[in-house]
Design a protein around this ligand. Structure first.
Ligand SMILES: [Zn+2]
Length: 257
């Protein structure tokens, strides 16, 4: 058996019989891989208990004909801030599901992995709101996986900016209101200038600057609903984890009344 070492984050874990566990690891080098963690195995790092969802680790793996078996795990980051908060954890589980739908088997996506880890970092250390992080991850993830909207200018008259630009989620195109009447097409979203510049930032900025923007609370809500709609339109999967996350938010709103 070959022995390889990889960095990656666990994005699914499932019990396998009474002793073992099968984990899915999102790695830069090999995309999403499956590996078996044997709990009875004598390994110095105590694999069974630390091989849990959202653990970012250095994995030493044996590669055999039937797949990977975990030999050793060295933890790099556990994102405790995410684990401590039920809403953040639910949101992170939704991000995991998105990774599965975006990354096909045997394909690598190191930029998406980087975005995922950065988003979890901001979520864990409470650097940005959950609404904003969700919107950035949804839209930038779509961009990285080939679903890129065209937000540069009106796609009819090429105007870069005018009041009340309209975004069409389905086509991913932008139009100015001189070219398109919103009444004629109910799918269009009239954008405030704050939301338009935030959308452009998320789509076009360098990876290391992606979270470096601020937005009003009102605009953040519109940004959030547009990005979620973009996912529904272009990915079209009914994510259970998203339903669960939303039900938690509803519940916490009720709780504060
Ligand atoms: Zn126009």
């Amino acid at each position: 058996m070959n022995r390889i070492t990889l960095n990656g984050i666990i994005i699914r874990d499932k019990e396998l019989g009474e002793k073992d566990k099968v984990i899915k690891i999102f790695t830069a080098e090999k995309g999403i891989i499956s590996a078996i963690v044997r709990r009875g195995q004598s390994v110095k790092s105590g694999n069974g208990s630390i091989a849990q969802l959202l653990a970012y680790c250095r994995f030493s793996l044996f590669e055999g004909k039937g797949g990977f078996i975990v030999n050793e795990i060295e933890i790099k980051e556990l994102f405790w801030g995410v684990r401590e908060n039920l809403e953040s954890l639910a949101l992170a589980q939704y991000f995991c599901e998105l990774c599965f739908s975006w990354v096909p088997d045997e394909e690598t996506s190191p930029e998406l992995l980087r975005l995922f880890l950065n988003t979890l970092y901001y979520l864990s250390y409470k650097k940005k709101s959950r609404t904003l992080l969700k919107a950035v991850f949804e839209l930038r993830g779509c961009v990285l996986c080939g679903y890129m909207p065209d937000l540069l200018c009106c796609n009819k008259c090429r105007k870069f900016d005018s009041k009340g630009m309209i975004f069409f989620v389905r086509s991913g195109n932008l139009n100015c209101k001189d070219c398109v009447s919103i009444q004629k097409n109910s799918y269009g979203k009239v954008l405030s200038s704050g939301v338009l510049s935030a959308l452009r930032h998320v789509v076009y900025s360098d990876a290391d600057k992606i979270f470096s923007f601020s937005i009003s609370e009102e605009s953040e809500k519109q940004l959030g609903s547009i990005c979620e709609e973009y996912i529904n339109e272009h990915i079209g999967v009914n994510f259970k984890s998203l339903d669960f996350y939303k039900s938690l938010i509803q519940f916490s709103k009720l709780d504060t009344i």
